[in-house]
Design a binder for this molecule. Structure first.
Ligand code: ADP
Length: 298
């Protein structure tokens, strides 16, 4: 049975040597799709690995699907209801696509061979890989391998689905297909995914969390993230050196983000604008290099 809070973390901390990857993260995630945005090094993968029970935090309390992952019994209970698509799955290149997904299904304790094979075929069909099910993983393209990784995470329709950059390397058609897959899920299912594609967040996520410098910088709806840039995006015929970022858009005019001059021609902000202002603002704190986060958005 699905609990309403799938992920509940308080004071989550993780260090790798001197690098602080998570610095006191508090989050409760319920059903629906939550998108994690943030520049490289923000702590997204560390957070997702923790939620996938493959990494123990140094400090903080976690409950996943109502269970405690710090105990062996809790981890086992969580893992039977969890799907995880890591950023770099440990594929066995000599396995066929079918055999690899079947192998994961066996690890997930799907013991009935016929039902398991049906399930493997179902998830491969969902990601559009039926035709390469007999091909070795080493012969697949990068986008196909990403879809194999997504397929194995969908086995058994898990209550908690953790996806680390599931759309990286997918072409536009495959990305739309991925949106369809997530839209067909059980509404009680909780999905948490990281991405660098703000379009994916806008299209898919009921909730968005921005991680930056190992902390949560924003937690709200996509409309609220766009709202961060309310009255801060304007169009003009020429450059504006005071703008945080500017480019010539499809209208042929400059689109500026920052602090507009009086009487500026304000335009509707996007979530990318809100994200830029959040991450850009943090970039002006002394500890973070000026160029890193802004380059990330470009
Ligand atoms: P993101 O997914 O947002 O790019 P990560 O969680 O991968 O962020 O990394 C957060 C920080 O922790 C980065 O500074 C990264 O270099 C560091 N880090 C991540 N994994 C390791 C590791 N296994 N050993 C050492 N440092 C790591």
């Amino acid at each position: 049975m699905m609990t309403s809070i799938a992920v509940s973390v308080v004071g989550l901390r993780k260090r790798y040597g001197r690098t602080v990857a998570l610095d006191g993260v508090d989050l409760d995630l319920g059903p629906g799709v939550t998108g994690l945005l943030g520049p490289n090094g923000a702590g997204k993968t560390t957070f997702l690995r923790t939620v996938a029970t493959v990494l123990a935090p140094d400090d903080g309390t976690i409950r996943l699907l109502g269970e405690d992952p710090s105990t062996a019994a809790g981890r086992h209970a969580i893992r039977t209801r969890l799907g995880y698509c890591p950023q770099e799955p440990g594929f066995y290149p000599g396995f066929t696509t079918f055999d690899f997904v079947d192998y994961v299904a066996i690890l997930k304790e799907m013991t009935d061979r016929r039902a398991r094979h049906d399930e493997v075929r179902r998830v491969l069909g969902l990601v559009g890989l039926d035709e390469v099910s007999g091909k070795k993983i080493r012969s697949l393209s990068g986008g196909m391998r990403r879809r194999v990784a997504v397929a194995q995470s969908l086995l058994g329709s898990p209550d908690l689905l953790v996806l680390d950059e599931p759309t990286a390397g997918l072409d536009p058609e495959q990305r739309l297909r991925f949106r369809e897959i997530l839209s067909r899920r059980d509404p009680g299912q909780a999905v948490v995914l990281s991405t660098h594609q703000t379009e994916d967040v806008a299209a898919l996520c009921q909730r968005v969390v921005v991680l930056h410098g190992a902390k949560v910088h924003f937690d709200g709806t996509t409309a609220e993230l766009a709202g961060v840039a309310h009255d801060r995006v304007w169009r003009a015929g020429g450059p504006d050196p005071t703008a945080r970022v500017s480019w010539i858009d499809a209208t042929g005019q400059y689109r500026h983000v920052g602090d507009p001059p009086a009487g500026a021609d304000l335009v509707e902000p996007t979530i990318e604008d809100g994200y830029l202002l959040l991450v850009g603002a943090a970039a002006h704190a002394p500890a973070v290099p000026e160029t890193g986060p802004e380059a990330e958005v470009a």
